[in-house]
Design a protein around this ligand. Structure first.
Ligand SMILES: [Zn+2]
Length: 454
């Protein structure tokens, strides 16, 4: 059908779809406007028309007979007149529509699709180049330093049982330590014990900003680097359980990192509870002070100092001539002075209990299981305990109670989360009259149902 355009003496143009003269005439009457922009006829005066008796349904019929374009309403992209479907949508003054005409809308959508596709292609290109330069080969687990090996073992416990089989992100590793999990993961990546796995990352992890590849750190995915002989599996990870941990200096530094995380987590929580909003520089100052203190004190003593200082600062904030901000600013100095005063005067700082909501994490558990170090062990004794462990390795194996076997047994209980069953069997044997050595030997002996694993 040929389009028939009707220009009225008003800002509405009609495109007729019907050829019925009466329908055309009624459509014109429906849209007719006076010079002042008022509709000439009331809708209710236009009915009845044939079988249309209700004025409320007339607009829908008129829409089937013609399209109406409002000359006062133009497309913001191409300037064409936009279609109006009811009298109330007609504009009294010339203006641009907030949305484009259907043709321009299609054009915009196509352009957006093309831009998205081009961006995805550019991202894939950058990401592919990035992937190509990431480390890819296996490593020799026996060449890992003791601190990296212990950290990897802790990660295996924290992610049990999927470290060897699946990708993970920093957010999956919260069971590793009370704080600083990202820093521990970075340490393992630097040691090539784990590696970034872009192909396993969630969509949106990597993106382009001004053409440069960026990523959301917490969303990065990692995978275990395979051992050169055994691959990335439980057998390879068992090397970490069986090895002799003898580098006391490296292990002491790892313990300091862990103890600082354990102390800072408590400090963070107390600051939040007492409404102290420290800035990054202030936190960093406190962190350095606590790390230094932990070389002699225990984590539980440092918790006490943190609690006392945070509480004192909160009291200050309540004084009329103090503000929250000024009271908070005293915290780094207060922590440092409290520790210096205690050291100078030889005061024995009391120990604070571990908060229920702050478990020591897999790394803390391993320090306890392997070396007998926990939150109450003064830093001054930690190095000695680590050195004692080395001496133990150098001595001939105790025939009655081989420490290596016990260590492996405890680690496996941790890794497999069978600690409760293990303790229950141990207690049962003691109740049956075994002494400690005998009970341990009985537990270590292979059974028909479970071999070395417990
Ligand atoms: Zn347009």
């Amino acid at each position: 059908m040929n389009k028939q355009w009707i220009a009225l003496n008003m800002p509405i143009t009609l495109e007729m779809k019907t050829t019925d003269p009466e329908e055309m005439k009624l459509a014109v009457r429906y849209w007719a406007m006076s010079e002042t922009g008022e509709f000439v006829e009331k809708v209710m005066d236009l009915v009845p028309f044939r079988d249309i008796t209700h004025s409320g349904t007339l607009a829908a019929h008129v829409r089937t007979w013609c399209r109406a374009y409002d000359e006062n309403l133009t497309c913001r992209d191409c300037g064409t007149y936009l279609e109006v479907t009811s009298r109330s949508a007609v504009k009294k003054f010339p203006q641009q529509s907030p949305w484009p005409c259907p043709e321009c809308k299609k054009t915009r959508e196509r352009q957006e699709r093309e831009a998205r596709a081009a961006e995805a292609e550019a991202l894939e290109r950058e990401l592919s180049a990035y992937r190509a330069q990431l480390p890819s080969g296996p490593i020799d687990y026996t060449q890992l330093s003791d601190d990296h090996a212990l950290l990897l073992l802790a990660l295996n416990v924290a992610l049990s049982p999927r470290l060897g089989s699946a990708a993970f992100s920093v957010n999956d590793c919260t069971a590793l330590a009370p704080l600083d999990v990202g820093a521990f993961i970075d340490k393992l990546e630097m040691a090539h014990a784990i590696r970034e796995a872009p192909l396993d990352a969630m969509p949106g992890t990597y993106f382009l900003r001004d053409g440069e590849l960026m990523f959301h750190t917490r969303a990065l995915s990692y995978r275990l680097t395979p051992d050169i002989h055994l691959g990335a599996n439980d057998e390879a990870l068992s090397l970490l359980i069986e090895r002799e941990y003898a580098d006391a200096s490296a292990l002491f530094n790892l313990w300091l990192d862990f103890a600082t995380a354990d102390a800072m987590r408590y400090f963070f929580d107390k600051c939040t509870a007492f409404n102290h909003d420290l800035d990054a520089k202030q936190y960093s100052e406190v962190r350095s002070t606590l790390r230094e203190a932990l070389k002699t004190l225990s984590v539980s003593q440092v918790w006490f100092v943190a609690w006392k200082c945070v509480k004192d600062a909160a009291s200050l904030a309540r004084l009329v001539y103090y503000t929250e901000e000024r009271a908070t600013a005293t915290l780094p100095g207060k922590v440092r002075r409290t520790l210096e005063k205690a050291e100078k005067e030889g005061t024995v700082i009391r120990k604070w209990d571990r908060p229920d909501h702050q478990p020591s994490g897999a790394l803390g558990m391993l320090f306890t299981e392997l070396f007998g170090i926990d939150e109450d062990t003064p830093g001054a004794d930690v190095l000695a305990l680590l050195n004692a462990s080395r001496a133990e390795h150098c001595e001939p194996q105790n025939a009655m109670l081989p420490p290596e076997a016990v260590r492996r047994w405890l680690c496996e209980a941790l890794a497999n989360d069978t600690g409760p069953q293990m303790l229950e069997r141990f207690a049962g044997l003691i109740r049956d009259g075994y002494d400690v050595d005998g009970a341990v030997h009985a537990l270590l002996a292979p059974t028909p149902t479970s071999s070395a694993a417990l």
